[in-house]
Design a protein around this ligand. Structure first.
Ligand code: ADP
Length: 367
């Protein structure tokens, strides 16, 4: 068990690529921290520096109050699980799982006990004598997890552990990692490019882009109060609808306007948005905050817009509508009872209490 502290850490690779740029992260003891972001944003490099697999160019990393900058990976008392499992092909499952303990000269009975315990947790007891090539992808990943568990490390570091699995297995393993986490009560740092994994697993999520942490917070805060346009659009599926337009004032009321589209702001936002009157701004609304007017009891003309429904995607529990208002396309996510006709105009209601505004220059969240 350990807290991990990453302070002003930068990584410049040979050749000059700045992969990580002044990152700060405070990971609590027993916390599950997810690093998420698009490919190349520096999340793996950050994890590998914590693991000791990559040198730190600048900054400091502490694991459980020990400055580890110059501590080799093997002495950091952490276990890493990789996307490609990294199992030894010529060893059985038992040998793979016990390898680290044998290297460290643990007594035989202790090795057997720990492997048994881990195989029970992971449900892989029948596989102990098999070799990796005789296992499915999901089983291999369980063995890789098992090899990490037997070490009883201070922290687990996961680098995209589910990326090689098919969609169904990924969801299943995600739940298993969740259960494992509850059982092990240890610190986890988990790297993924998958925002659903990040949202479902993390106590907190650090969203990264271009080597920098854009926002670090619990999943609901990240979703409801994104720090900037990038976080708002990276987290959430389907992605948030964004459009650039202007704030205007008419008869003491403020509106967002773009072409023919005009929607009234809720009064709570007037104070913050008033100073933006006449200015260009980015407006964001999530797909689930747009409703079919037919199912809204109190819609007003102020927040209703007309759009053609171009595509209807029924997903069983809900329906995605791909809409076109002339200048804009956007997606609404509505209940399964909504089945509008394709290529017909329909009225849609924007829930204006849920919308976001971003500064056009800085892309930071205004509200
Ligand atoms: P992520 O895990 O978010 O996909 P990485 O941390 O792997 O991103 O990479 C961040 C940046 O550093 C990328 O631009 C990548 O090309 C670069 N990079 C990663 N590893 C190396 C390396 N060994 N040498 C040079 N550049 C690297």
């Amino acid at each position: 068990m350990a807290q991990i502290s990453v302070r002003n850490v930068t990584k410049v690779y040979k050749g000059g690529v700045k992969a990580v740029d002044d990152v700060n992260l405070g990971i609590e003891n027993k916390e599950f921290m997810v690093l998420v972001g698009p490919s190349g944003c520096g999340k793996s490099t950050t994890l590998r520096m914590i693991a000791g697999l990559e040198e730190i160019t600048d900054g400091k990393i502490w694991i459980a109050d020990r400055l580890v900058n110059d501590v080799p990976a093997k002495d950091r008392d952490i276990a890493m699980v990789f996307q490609n499992y990294a199992l030894y092909p010529h060893m059985t499952v038992f040998e793979n799982m016990s390898f680290g303990l044998r290297l460290r000269r643990y007594p035989k009975h202790e090795i057997v006990r720990r492997v048994q315990e881990a195989t029970e947790i992971l449900g892989i007891k029948p596989l102990l004598e098999r070799r990796p090539r005789q296992l499915s992808g999901g089983e291999r990943q369980r063995v890789a997890l098992g090899r990490a568990i037997v070490r009883k490390p201070q922290a687990f570091l996961f680098d995209e552990p589910l990326s090689n699995l098919d969609a169904k297995l990924r969801v299943q393993m995600r739940t298993e990692i969740h259960k494992l986490r509850l059982r092990l009560q240890t610190t986890f740092v988990y790297v993924t490019h998958d925002q659903t994994e990040a949202m479902t697993l993390g106590d907190r999520i650090a969203v990264m882009k271009d080597g920098k942490v854009q926002q670090c917070a619990d999943p609901i805060t990240i979703y409801d109060k994104p720090a900037n346009k990038f976080v708002a659009s990276f987290i959430g599926s389907p992605p948030i609808n964004l459009m650039q337009g202007r704030i205007i004032k008419k008869e003491r009321k403020y509106y967002f306007e773009e072409g023919k589209l005009q929607v009234k702001l809720v009064e709570d936002m007037y104070k913050v948005m008033g100073p933006y009157e006449g200015k260009e701004i980015i407006f964001g609304i999530r797909a689930e905050d747009i409703y079919d007017k037919l199912f809204v009891s109190e819609a007003s003309a102020d927040n209703t817009i007309r759009a053609a429904c171009e595509v209807v995607e029924p997903l069983g529990s809900e329906v995605y509508l791909y809409l076109n208002s002339g200048r804009h396309t956007f997606i609404a996510r509505v209940g399964a009872h909504n089945r509008p006709e394709v290529n017909r105009d329909m009225d849609l209601v924007f829930d204006m209490s849920k919308v976001h505004f971003f500064d056009r220059e800085t892309e930071k969240t205004i509200i």
